[in-house]
Design a binder for this molecule. Sequence first.
Ligand SMILES: Nc1ncnc2[nH]cnc12
Ligand SMILES: [Zn+2]
Length: 343
Amino acid sequence: MTDIESFIRGLPKTDLHMHIEGSIEPQLMLDLAARNGMKLRWDTAEALRGAYQFDNLQSFLDLYFEGCKVLVTEGDFRDVTRAYLRRAHEDGVVRAELFIGPQSFIERGTPLEALMSGVLGAMQEARREHGLSVGLMISVHRHRTEADAMVMLDQIMPWKDQIIAIGMGGAEIGNPPAKFARFFKAARDRGFRTTVHAGEEGPAAYVREALDLLQVDRIDHGNACLADPDLVRELAMRRIPLTVCPLSNLRLQGVTEMARHPLKTMMAQGLHVTVNSDDPPYFGGYVTENLLACRDALDLSLQEIVRLVRNGLEAAFVTTEEREMLLGQLDDYLARHAGASMS
Ligand SMILES: Nc1ncnc2[nH]cnc12
Ligand SMILES: [Zn+2]
């Protein structure tokens, strides 16, 4: 490992956009399938990893939802969450905010209680064992109906105090934010923070809708906003965080090569950009690999990398006291590495 790489890996980072069901490493996927008496289309981890080649968001979602089938029992949800959190801790992540979309699992008969108990149990364990700060976000699928999302919202209320936000992912084009205006209002009325995938494959108009109609606190991805200068100005002025996922954008053909990724342009326009992993095994990396890929392709300075990391800590859904504590960790790290790092 180079000095720069170990400096970046050691930075106290966030991962604010990561889907638990998209974090199953290939070997764990095979193990879970065997445990649940299922046969996958691939026999080895290498063969499965080899299938992670995508033309667009939908081709990824097809495989992602197929992979979801191996998560059945409380123990499965505990194991996959535990594995991600251990890996994130090793990657220098100090604050992880995890999405899970229960609709995939409930419709196959897994009780919501089992899913929540597995995920929340692993989160509690990671707080204890790794000192990790971690929060859970419940995500609904935009290719389903708003009525389905409303049912989900009712079902999760018993866990309200253990859920930091409500989000939405899935097939973007043809499913604009406007379709879920009443759902997001209901979530806000119940006291939830909100975030939504917008402008990943969809147009700037979807980011505008997310802001005006859904009134979200953060935007997941948001890349397409650059096509609308007024929107960029407003996002920047209001410091709405964008949880950008560079390797995801590359692997889903949002950009043809990393050198063309808009991250640096987004930063230059004053947007509150953060770097996140999305679905790490599917896209070839955790947060550190995302930062390294951007650094290599976009020639980011270490100051710019530190800015991205600081943006993540500032965008986290935590209390003011916890944010101060996390920012203090970053400042301590930078003080310890002064000189060596900031060239
Ligand atoms: N990148 C992505 N876009 C939309 N939905 C998702 N679910 C998991 N990853 C996603
Ligand atoms: Zn995502």
